[in-house]
Design a protein around this ligand. Structure first.
Ligand code: GUN
Ligand code: ZN
Length: 431
């Protein structure tokens, strides 16, 4: 057993509404045995309870739960940061050409490796990830995640219209391939499958119906897609699905709005759509760096709260501009400032840890440092350069440390990332 000594912060409770009820131990102890957490609390108390444990002294650093990125695209690792477009032309000009390269499974494997390295380097231990339409690209990602026993939620993108022919499947093929991928990967180790229609415009009704059937057949698989991100996109959905009451209703008609359904963006939702998301226990992935980068709009966190809609923070790489979840909260804060309703640092931290885990029904395993949870955690060095040493005091409170790092920090603040009880990234290895 290993006993880590450091400052520790996490949200231990399993209540789905955010409260300030964080547990903070300035001289804390985290005890792990193999792949799991055994105990957490004040160092002295844990040290007394487990005198035989080997102590790892990290005083001055913080231990936090591994971070959860609730929406991103691994193929877009290589197309991040392209100038000048909003959603629909950005997809045409950059995204689709990039995703065509994943017909080559060697390419998929190479990019999956880079992608997981980027996650770990930034302290992310769980992702809800889109691959491409190619079944092998999904295999490549799960294979890579399995090598380090990482909790990965992913799916093959399904598209049967309005995109280049090499990126299209069909309703029948999508259903067959997704069923095979569920069989192969869902609940295999720490992997979980997500049905992944890209967004309403690139699926026919037949394809959405086929995926809806799978959603009913396998009721614990995830569903991930995009929703109401951009005004031109919404107008397009209206013209493609004239009988639907709105964008969300397109998915709803096919049983794709439910628990474990995670909708990216939700920037321009109507009051009825907000109410329906809350009633269905579905989630929104709030992707602030992407929404700013593509000029999509300012997410309305207050509407989400008012309608009891689960929200989880996400990067949405490659429309998102960073893999770093702290910086992602930094942009969420700026978006919320523009709406005159600032999201507090503690809520921001909740939305990438326990709040995200609760949204995804995974808080028995990830998002916190409770006994029994997976030993997925990060070691943070807040004072990593001249400026952070000046700004962040040695004995600063957690919310101040987290906030300063979300504005000033980057991957240099992540000293180590542990997944399933193993150190999978150490920033000293790079020096
Ligand atoms: N809508 C449909 N596909 C995508 C995508 O790849 N990224 C973003 N941000 N929005 C989308
Ligand atoms: Zn996306």
């Amino acid at each position: 057993m290993q006993l880590f000594r450091a400052s520790i912060a996490h949200f231990p409770k399993h209540t789905s509404e955010f409260t300030n009820d964080i547990a903070v131990y300035h001289d804390g102890g985290l005890l792990i045995d193999g792949k799991h957490i055994v105990d957490v609390g004040h160092f002295d108390a844990i040290n007394k309870r487990y005198p035989g444990a080997s102590i790892v002294d990290l005083s001055g650093k913080w231990i936090l739960p591994g971070l959860i990125d609730s929406h991103l695209h691994y193929p877009q690792t290589q197309s991040i940061a392209h100038y000048g477009e909003q959603l629909l032309s950005w997809l045409e000009n950059y995204t689709f050409p990039t995703e065509m390269q994943f017909a080559d499974s060697a390419h998929s494997s190479a990019i999956a490796k880079v992608f997981i390295n980027q996650l770990l380097k930034n302290g992310t231990t769980t992702g809800l990830v889109f691959s491409t339409v190619h079944k092998d690209s999904c295999d490549a990602l799960f294979n890579e995640a399995s090598r380090i026993d990482m909790a990965m939620i992913a799916g093959k993108v399904c598209m049967d219209r309005n995109c280049p022919a090499p990126l299209q499947d069909t309703a029948v093929l999508a259903q067959k391939e997704c069923a095979a991928l569920i069989e192969k990967w869902h609940n295999n180790g720490r992997n979980r499958y997500a049905l992944t229609p890209r967004f309403a415009p690139t699926s026919t009704e037949a394809q959405l119906a086929a995926l809806g059937e799978l959603a009913q057949q396998f009721d614990d698989v995830f569903i991930q897609t995009h929703l109401s991100e951009n005004l031109d996109e919404i107008a397009w959905v209206k013209s493609l699905f004239p009988k639907a009451e709105g964008y969300l209703d397109v998915y709803d008609k096919f049983n794709l709005v439910r628990e474990r359904a995670v909708f990216g963006h939700g920037i321009h939702l109507t009051p009825n759509e907000w109410a329906r998301l809350g009633e269905a226990n579905a989630s929104i992935a709030f992707c602030p760096t992407s929404n700013l980068f593509l000029g999509s709009g300012l997410f309305d966190m207050s509407a989400a709260r008012a309608n009891n809609v689960h929200v989880a923070l996400a990067t949405d790489v490659g429309a998102g501009t960073t893999f770093n979840m702290f910086k992602t909260y930094g942009d969420a804060y700026k978006v919320s400032q523009l709406r005159n309703a600032p999201i507090s640092p503690l809520e921001g931290f909740y939305l990438m840890t326990q709040g995200a885990a609760i949204a995804h029904n995974l808080d028995h395993e990830i998002g916190n440092l409770n006994a029994g949870s997976a030993a997925d955690f990060i070691i943070v060095e807040p004072r990593f350069d001249e400026l952070t040493m000046l700004r962040i005091q040695d004995n600063a409170e957690f919310d101040d440390v987290f906030f300063a790092l979300s504005i000033l920090g980057d991957d240099r603040a992540i000293a180590q990332t542990w997944v399933s009880g193993r150190c999978c990234y150490d920033n000293k290895m790079l020096q």
